[in-house]
Design a binder for this molecule. Structure first.
Ligand SMILES: [Zn+2]
Length: 284
């Protein structure tokens, strides 16, 4: 019953989007403190500071959506042609097996070299080792991830049914944290700062956002799985995501200096949320 509620909540959350009015509040002081004199598009944050999402946006900066698809929030693919009746919002969960594991079959493009494979499999392993989700090479399954080095790093949201492309360009997307990020989209997770309750935890600095990318900061009515807001989620945008002039677009509150986002892989809370969403049972 709980899993049904969770599923309904997620489905509802993912198909309902709430437009936000621009917010102007008392962050001016924090902003000026945190503002850095650099141009986002020319000078990304120092390499050591880059989050998985920073690198994804860098790689995807010239990405044009493949035919029949649109890309939202920088790296989430949506199909125009897909029936919304079968799979509202493309947000289906992968089915749970009778043995308690959730098997996500995949095929890996032969275009990847051994190092690429290790990186991608590390991203899978980082999710599998902390949850009941297991990525398995496809044998006969009808629904599976078709992992390819297309242009950019992107994924559909949840299981779409049938073959679904998950693009990890090489070498741009060849970080295990990026692979884990895209796999989490494929498991049904949106970006952390899209959460319905995000305004309690971060300030979105609307005036610093590239005008064409305001929509990438929409809140969604998400099922937050009773989990705390996670600044260190691998699904969190970086502080300067879609910045127009180098100013921050996301400022944590109340402490503006809390680090946000990272590149290593799923955080403990990311894994917790996977376990809750997929009703993994143990340790919950
Ligand atoms: Zn993403």
């Amino acid at each position: 019953m709980i899993s049904v509620i969770v599923l309904l909540g997620v489905l509802l959350g993912l198909i309902t989007q709430v437009d936000l009015l621009p917010v102007k509040n008392s962050t001016e002081i924090q902003e000026s403190k945190a503002r850095l004199k650099r141009k986002y598009s020319d000078e990304m944050p120092d390499f050591d500071e880059m989050t998985a999402m920073d690198q994804i946006l860098e790689v995807n900066s010239k990405l044009r959506a493949p035919r029949g698809l649109s890309i939202k929030e920088g790296d989430i693919a949506f199909s125009y042609v897909r029936s919304a009746i079968n799979c509202p919002g493309n947000a289906c969960l992968w089915p749970k097996s009778i043995d308690g594991f959730v098997y996500v079959p995949y095929i890996l493009s032969p275009l990847y070299d051994d190092m690429d494979r290790i990186t991608i499999e590390t991203g899978m392993q980082d999710i599998s080792s902390g949850s009941c989700v297991k990525f398995v090479p496809r044998t006969h399954e009808a629904s599976f991830l078709d992992i390819q080095p297309r242009y950019g790093c992107w994924s559909f949201l949840g299981q779409t049914g049938g073959s679904q492309i998950l693009s990890l360009q090489t070498p741009g997307c060849m970080w295990s944290g990026i692979a884990a990020h895209e796999f989490m989209h494929a498991l049904g997770f949106v970006h952390e700062q899209s959460r319905s309750d995000r305004d309690h935890y971060v300030t979105i600095v609307w005036k610093n956002i590239l005008p064409d990318h305001i929509h990438n900061f929409r809140k969604q009515v998400t099922n937050n799985l009773n989990s705390p807001y996670d600044y260190s989620s691998v699904m969190h945008y970086g502080r300067y995501a879609f910045s127009e002039d180098g100013g921050p677009t996301i400022i944590p509150k109340p402490d503006p200096y809390i680090p946000i986002g990272q590149r290593d892989g799923p955080s403990a809370l990311d894994l917790h949320k996977i376990n809750v969403l997929y009703d993994c049972g143990a340790n919950e």
